[in-house]
Every structure is written in C-alpha cells, then in structure tokens.
Design a protein around this ligand. Sequence first.
Ligand code: 5RP
Length: 262
Amino acid sequence: MTDQLTPIDRAKYASAHCAADFVQDGMRVGLGTGSTAAWMVRRLGARVKQEGLRIIAVPTSTRTAQLARDVGINVVSLDEARWLDLTIDGADEFDAELTLIKGGGGALLQEKIVATASDQMIVITDAAKEVKTLGSFPLPIEVVPFGWRATKALVEELLASVDVMGRQSSLRMNGTQPFVTDEGNYILDLALGRIGNPRQLSLVLNQVPGVVENGLFVDIADIVIIGHADGTCELRDLSTGVAEMSERRVDLGEARNIFSDL
Ligand code: 5RP
C-alpha cells in the first residue's frame, strides 16, 4: 500500500507513528486535525486494541472525533477532561522557535484551545513545512459570520501597520458557499508572504472585533517530530535543545492511503 503514498505522505505517516509512542497508559491526550494527525489517531487506535492502552482523548474537530471513535479510542470533551497531558497535532508551517501556522484544515480554534490546555504539545510534520520565516502559507483567521466583510476590511487595514509583506485576504469557500468551522464561524486566509513578528501579529489580530482566533501558535509547541519518507524521524525538543534522529524506522508497510477522506 505504501507505493500509493507520495514521499510527503510517507513522511507524515512516519512522524505520526513516532509521536504516538509518546502516549502512555492513563494519559489524557489531545488529538489534532488533518492528514498527519489522522495517521496518529489510527496508530493510537491500534495501540488501544493491541496493547490495551488506556487513554482518554479530546479531539480538535468533529472529523477527528469521528475517526477516533471509529478506531476505538475513548473520546471525551475538553470540559470533561479539564486538562491534558499531551496534545499531538500537525501544522502548516513551523520555524526554529516552533512558532506555527495552523488552520489549513479549518480547525485552528479548537486546536489552539486544546493545545493550550495541555502540559505538552508535539507537532508532527514533514520537513517541507519548516521555514526560516513564517508566512508563505496563508494565515487562517477564524471570524464570526456577522459583519465578516467589515472584519475583513479592518484586518486588511491593520496589516498595513505590521511587519508583513502582503495584505490580501480571502474568504475560505466550500464550493459556492463559505466554509463553516465546527464553531459556526468563517475563515479568512491572509496572504502575507512574510511574517516579521508573529507574536505581535497574533496579538493585534485578536484585538479586531469579529476575529475569534488566528492560526499563529506562539509559545505553545514544545517538540517537533519531523518524519522522513524512509520511515525515520527527527525529534527536536525546544525546552532541552535536544535534536536527535530516531534509531528505528517506522514500518511503512501498514500504511493505507486515507487522505481522500480527510
Ligand atoms: C488543521 C491543521 C492541520 O494540522 C494542518 O493543516 C496540517 O494538515 P496536514 O497534516 O493534513 O498537512 O492545522 O486545522
């Protein structure tokens, strides 16, 4: 089956499997959203069945909740879990400080709430998402539908006074209709090209009435696990400064292409 996968998909699979090894019996775990996170959820489901791993999990989207239940993971709400030991999630871009752009899958609000309510966040990714300066990937922001055009105009005006290259924004669509998040909001994708000061941008964006949250994750992620197409993983731990390559290779033989339904 792995021959159906692109090298990037194999890398995502490897990072997801390496990260799933961090989950221990009894943990409360946040489950991210996206294709990389889906591999991780499937791997955790397999561990629940094969090893009797006992975890409670808080998903970051209805898609992830459905998948987690389908693979036999005990799903609860964040209010039931209250606090989490670990969240594992993908990203759209990351830099050397583990500042992230997230929200490509439209789940940034729940993802940020869940990751922030966790002792640790592990980012799972392939190497192509590492950048020197964030901003090539359009920055998603979640806005309330009421008055979204006014919010869009205010955001574009604000972008003129911060250190970014572009200031065009577009409403994310789902066919002919606006894309609607799990919280009933819209997404604006900001084509910024370069984000000089992610911390400042994140703060000022969230001051605009109508903006619910933005996809910049600053000081939230602790560890990144970068998968490679040969099944190896590279781990970087921001707090300890440790950077290491895994000695084992993830067995890519079990991978099935599930990307079409995510
Ligand atoms: C969803 C996200 C995802 O983590 C991000 O888009 C990465 O997705 P993928 O693993 O499919 O590349 O932020 O809102």
